[in-house]
Design a protein around this ligand. Sequence first.
Ligand code: AMP
Length: 268
Amino acid sequence: MKVVRAKDELCSALEPLHGSRIGLVPTMGAFHDGHLALLRAARKECDTVVCSLFINPTQFGQSEDLERYPRNEARDLELARAEGVDFLFAPSPEEIYPPGFETRVEPERLALELEGVIRPTHFRGVATICLKLFNIVRPNVAYFGAKDAQQLAVIERLVLDLDLELEIRPVETVRDDDGLALSSRNVHLSPAERKVALALPRALELGAEAERDGGDPVVTARAALSEEPGLKTQYVAVADYAGPRLLAAVQVGKTRLIDNVTLEGTKR
Ligand code: AMP
């Protein structure tokens, strides 16, 4: 595995490989099994696997957790190497946003709901970094987790709207044995907060179950979350992001968690 810091160096290294299948897995590091599932999917389907590791400052709001975002590059490099990644692209913020940078991608409707209400500039940052990575790597396929379903929908829209020539491959959410969706931010949860956080996947499952039985998934999930006094519910909603999903965001102490499940019921 080659670790590359400069975009020119990555472009040159990839130049002779463009006839073959190149897969890109964009990440912000602090790897867990969710990231590894994306890397494995890419390794299975592609000749060359590029993983980017970049904590993108422009997708964090002013009052968000950029400073406390978990970082462990040495460990990430070892894990990526073990998954057979060919190129790990780990640029500095200045490499990606040099002085004078001023052009951004502005996703609209999809970026204004749910996460977009709470994080108004988030998807602009996500869409801009993803377009830059797509242009630098020119992958045939890029892999994204369904855990961030709205992000996945924004990226699928970006590819359609800007006529990008790549496929977006969704990878199902990887969960811990207790049901909690893996997230780099889970390391911030105390043992007590982790117990509280389990109410999130439980509520979503109850919502999905209610939907299968002809009930209202949002009402059911919201009611289940309201029984857990240790968390604050930010939203519970149904949206069509690569199929119908029940999505929720909660705050547990200082940690914000999002999750979603697919809906299969007949009520829609
Ligand atoms: P992040 O490093 O958190 O920006 O995530 C990088 C990629 O991994 C994104 O496409 C996420 O949706 C995906 N991802 C994060 N957590 C999980 C998970 N538990 N299961 C599957 N994919 C995930």
